[in-house]
Design a protein around this ligand. Structure first.
Ligand SMILES: [Zn+2]
Length: 104
């Protein structure tokens, strides 16, 4: 009987874990001009990306700093360095990733 209980418990943990993953989607930020992959970002909360917090950037692929701006290697300005985050320039980037309600 104890093995059945364990199995039930582990499936419950799995559901909770999956739920957590849906709440913190991972997004890949791309340059809108050349489509180059820029960085991978852990988004927190719903809505548009207006800022990218540096401590939530999981992985940097391509980017360069020019004065106080973060740019794509093609030279397009992507965001402005504000210390702990980048203020993102709308239309300079696109993103792809797991969102809630998207199950593909
Ligand atoms: Zn680019």
């Amino acid at each position: 009987m104890s093995s059945t209980r364990e199995r039930k418990l582990s499936s419950k943990v799995l559901i909770q874990f999956t739920g957590l993953k849906f709440l913190t989607p991972m997004l890949t930020i791309h340059c809108a001009a050349c489509k180059k992959k820029l960085w991978r970002y852990e988004k927190f909360g719903p809505g548009e990306i207006l800022r990218c917090h540096k401590d939530r950037i999981i992985r940097m692929y391509n980017s360069k700093m020019h004065e106080h701006k973060i740019q794509c290697p093609c030279g397009k300005d992507i965001g402005i360095d504000k210390g702990s985050y980048y203020k993102m320039i709308a239309k300079a980037f696109t993103y792809k990733g797991t969102k809630r309600n998207e199950r593909r």
